[in-house]
Design a protein around this ligand. Structure first.
Ligand SMILES: NC(=O)c1ccc[n+]([C@@H]2O[C@H](COP(=O)([O-])OP(=O)(O)OC[C@H]3O[C@@H](n4cnc5c(N)ncnc54)[C@H](OP(=O)(O)O)[C@@H]3O)[C@@H](O)[C@H]2O)c1
Length: 249
């Protein structure tokens, strides 16, 4: 086993969904530790601004629902960033969600599955072979407490997060005879752009949604949990971490 810590200055991390929320907070936390962070999302101008203010950060325009773009991730990176040590598979959402199943748009449901599940699978498929070849790597997936229990008007989002949980467990089983570490972080309610996006960009409604809860986590709280998993010595895998607000409904 390679005894070197994976979370070290100069290591390369790829974060999907890096333009906002948990992904953005994770990019900032990793850059603060001296990692070279590939910031991937669809909003390239936002990523460019982020990369400009963080040492060692690189903006990568990526829609995880685009099969070709995912398959070509490594080809589109500068040579010195192709050996990815850490993948934070975070891109996700629930656009058009919080509706009774039949009242939601089926295209929104399909898009949520394509983003949260297929997109995660495609990203991992592009990155994991290199990790295996080098004999080191840490994959962190963003599940949710919605992957542990369903809720009313959340059938599809919960289905995607149950899938993330099964996929992550499956990866851990597949690579149990390697030094790859596979972690799932399962956040509870976290105040980000997630709710506004769910309501098709209605920020007021997003804010009101968060106000119905006694407390919400911040994106930094989840970034801290991710960092904790990454910081463990090579022989330790944090398999799952459920992080919820202390006061819950
Ligand atoms: N917030 C919560 O309460 C909560 C709780 C549990 C789990 N989670 C999970 O945590 C992850 C991050 O959520 P968040 O709260 O940080 O949400 P957020 O603030 O809405 O950020 C979502 C990020 O995902 C990116 N994204 C969305 N669709 C994408 C696509 N097709 N391709 C590439 N990037 C895409 C967005 O960037 P672009 O628009 O620029 O592409 C954005 O950077 C998600 O997987 C979510 O399910 C969140």
């Amino acid at each position: 086993m390679n005894e070197e810590r994976i979370l070290r200055p100069g290591a390369v991390a790829l974060v999907t969904g890096a333009s906002a929320g948990i992904g953005l907070a994770t990019v900032e936390a990793l850059a603060a530790k001296g990692l070279r962070v590939i910031c991937a999302a669809r909003d390239k101008p936002r990523l460019d601004k982020l990369a400009a203010r963080l040492d060692g950060a690189h903006a990568l325009e990526l829609d995880v629902t685009d099969a070709e773009a995912c398959a070509g991730i490594l080809d589109r990176l500068p040579g010195d960033l192709r050996e990815i040590d850490i993948l934070i598979a975070n891109a996700g959402g629930d656009v058009g969600g919080r509706k009774r199943f039949d009242e939601g748009e089926v295209e929104d449901w399909a898009r949520t599955v394509e983003t949260n599940v297929t997109g995660m699978i495609r990203t991992c498929h592009a990155v994991i072979p290199g990790m295996l070849a080098r004999g080191r790597g840490h994959v962190v997936t963003l599940g949710s407490i919605a992957g542990l229990r369903t809720f009313t008007h959340g059938s599809i989002y919960a289905a995607t997060k149950f899938a993330v949980r099964a996929f992550t467990q499956g990866l851990r089983a597949d690579y149990a005879d390697t030094d790859l570490r596979i972690t799932e972080i399962l956040p509870g309610m976290t105040q980000t752009e997630f709710a506004a996006r769910r309501f098709h960009g209605d920020e007021k409604r997003g804010q009101e949604f968060y106000e119905t809860f006694p407390a919400n986590l911040g994106a930094v709280d989840i970034a801290n949990a991710i960092l904790y998993a990454l910081e463990q010595p090579p022989q330790v895998t944090v398999a799952q971490m459920v992080v919820v607000p202390t006061r819950e409904r």
